[in-house]
Design a protein around this ligand. Sequence first.
Ligand SMILES: Cc1ncc(COP(=O)(O)O)c(C=O)c1O
Length: 421
Amino acid sequence: MTLDVARLDQGGRLDVARIKADFPILERQVHGGRLVYLDSANTSQKPRQVLDAMTRYYEQSNANVHRGTYLIAEEATAGLEGARAKVASFIGARSSREVIFTRNATESLNLVAKAWGRANLSAGDAVVLTELEHHANIVPWHQLVDEIGIELRWIPVTADGHLDLGDLDRLVDGAKVVSFAAMSNVLGTILPVERLVSAAHDAGAIAVVDASQYVPHLATDVQAWGADFVAFTGHKMCGPTGIGVLWGTEAILDATPPFLTGGEMILNVTKEGFTPNELPWKFEAGTPPIAEAIGLGAAVDYLESLGMDAVRAHEVALTSYALRTLTERFGDRLTIHGPSEPAERGGVMSLVFDDIHPHDLTQVFDQHGVCVRAGHHCAKPLMRTMGVAATARASLYVYNDEADIDALGDALDAASDFFAI
Ligand SMILES: Cc1ncc(COP(=O)(O)O)c(C=O)c1O
């Protein structure tokens, strides 16, 4: 891994001013002021390096992959497969064969539930989820409740935003699947992935990790986790929309039937039937998202150039600053859900301020150029556990700095003034 010293300061910390300059959108003015982007858990911004890689592909090498025998088709194929190799190395996969490109994390999790689940689960089989899952890791399993009659069990969440593992052994006993997020998209909680994977395997279940909020922010080693499947999404890690990843061990991918079917995913087709392609193409039906894969490869290069340890250290420091300064400024008027210890969480902060509705709050934020998402964040079961209908979620990434947190504080002040009238 080569560290980009130009974007690190002398102490090895991220040089955010340099990093901001890589993101063209951050030069935009909105409502007469600068754009303060605090919604990266929703989707991240894209650096020029990613945009350039995609434009270069379209301008220089646009052709379909795995088919052409001419130069630009070979370049397109090399771009796609080169991106796969970058992703494989970024997450510590054993080989590129384990890296399936999908449309997004939602499709990756559907692939697991629909292709592996339909082939391996029967009525009464238990799938264990946690209460903090994103709908992408709930609804596909709900469908199997309806279709097959599987049973869902839920690992509860404590009031301080951690998993309550007191009953873990009983919950996983006899289960076939344990599927959970590595980091909560609402609370920022980092889950004990290896412990949950071991509990799953000890019980004879497979372990599925939704790493959508984890891979963009912390160094990820799928082999150290030891899970069977890991899903994540390109657009939250400086990559484009339209590309996601499903990592799986070769053993489980080999044993899983294809999900979507048609061109590209076959070795042979006759009137009588078809023979699926080898990994990873067996799971990639139709023309793949070529430009998006190339963009994701460039995003991986970008994050590696910063160094994921520096990315994580930056987010811990900035989250500490946010928790401290916002609490100092607003005291009990502001609830920041999730673990109070920055080392136990990512830079995702779900805010509830006075009795102002989160949607009203974020509309005032917008007038100050501060982009924050309000709503249930596709985690309605968790919102019910938390006893709130919605929160305003501010989330951080490599291009945020203390001035952005101060701008959020100023926007909270403005909302306070506005709604006091
Ligand atoms: C934890 C988690 N899982 C899954 C997803 C779904 O990602 P995508 O919409 O890219 O499929 C998200 C996106 O918000 C997420 O935060």
